[in-house]
Write a protein that binds this ligand. Structure first.
Ligand code: PRT
Ligand code: ZN
Length: 299
């Protein structure tokens, strides 16, 4: 594989981020062919290949310039960054884009019978987590000394096993906490997926492709939830209708053949268009309403 003319992106091999990341790359126009070992995906139509790895390996792969780009959770990136700093290393990570998936939070959760009265209640307690560096920073910012118990998994059962008084773990819906009789009390870090890049300077060719890819990612993210709406309306109703169109900038107003007092309005709405909106538009005088999905967008 030619390192001069092909970009490498590290993504999660199998986990929560895998499908949304592959979908994003696909929407950016990438066609991948995956070999038998499934660890490497060859970009058939773009100078971009994909390396499938554990998410925990992505920060180092990018930091060491084995891959120019990586897609991972901010939680994993932040933990590794703080670990490197704690060990006296330089941590040169650059986030190129924040993405609209992989949302979760690193949170503190206590057993139901734990009397929590603010962060002071944490002093001297044992907190189980797989994110010791992120938790340590959060505690030190609040001048709290506690005992961090670093585990590699199954954090939520640590209190029941007597290994900790409370936990610090990722939460999305909260149902895992509930199932383990734990109550969320503080947010340590809000997280979502991000794209990071190598700290090493890129050749002009690669830099150009990174920029093009980021433009496409921006376009894909914008399109999510965007709709194209078309309708007919009396000229007199224009101000009212413009107010009702959700998240649209300047709509296109077109004359209608043979009807001087009526116009066609076309607009991109940067939010979903719900039935309620359509009903309000109709009440305001609109007719022939049509809502279409937007496939691609480039500002
Ligand atoms: O094998 P590999 O190391 O690559 O995978 P992994 O097991 O470390 O990661 P994975 O696939 O579980 O998660 C990858 C990333 O998804 C995380 O680093 C986060 O950035 C993000 N993410 C989003 C989550 C969650 N939501 C989430 N809910 N990661 C983990 N969870 C856990 C949570 O800790 C809890 O135990 O899922 C469980 C269910 O959550 P609830 O609150 O919905 O019940
Ligand atoms: Zn992992």
């Amino acid at each position: 594989m030619d390192r001069e003319t092909r970009l490498r992106v590290a993504i999660q091999k199998s986990g929560r981020l895998t499908d949304p990341t592959l979908e994003l790359l696909n929407l950016c126009g990438l066609k991948l062919s995956r070999g038998k070992d499934q660890l490497f995906g060859f970009g058939e139509n773009l100078p971009l290949d994909v390396l499938f790895v554990r998410d925990d390996d992505i920060p180092d792969l990018v930091h060491e310039d084995v891959c120019e780009l990586g897609v991972l959770g901010l939680n994993v990136l932040e933990e590794r960054r703080l670990e490197m700093i704690a060990r006296g290393h330089e941590a040169r990570f650059e986030v190129l884009r924040h993405l609209d998936f992989g949302r979760c939070r690193l949170a503190l959760a206590v057993p139901e019978d734990f009397e929590f009265r603010g962060v002071e209640s944490l002093r001297g307690r044992r907190i189980a987590t797989t994110y010791p560096f992120t938790l340590a920073r959060w505690l030190s910012e609040r001048n709290i000394t506690a005992d961090i118990v670093t585990l590699s998994g199954a954090v939520e059962i640590a209190p029941r096993l007597g290994r900790a008084d409370l936990i610090c773990d990722l939460v999305s819906t909260g149902s895992t906490l509930q199932a383990n009789h734990l109550r969320e009390v503080e947010t340590v870090l809000e997280s979502h997926a991000v794209i990071i890049r190598t700290p090493v300077a890129l050749s002009a060719f690669k830099a150009d492709w990174v920029e093009r890819l980021m433009m496409r990612v921006g376009g894909v993210e914008q399109v999510k939830g965007s709709k194209y709406i078309m309708l007919h309306a009396p000229r007199s109703a224009l101000p009212a209708i413009r107010r009702l169109l959700p998240g649209s900038e300047s709509p296109t107003i077109l004359p209608l053949d043979g009807a001087d007092d009526r116009v066609a309005i076309h607009a991109v709405c940067r939010e979903n268009v719900f039935w309620e909106t359509l009903e309000s538009l109709k009440k305001a005088g609109a007719s022939s309403l049509l809502v279409l999905p937007v496939e691609k967008m480039l500002a």
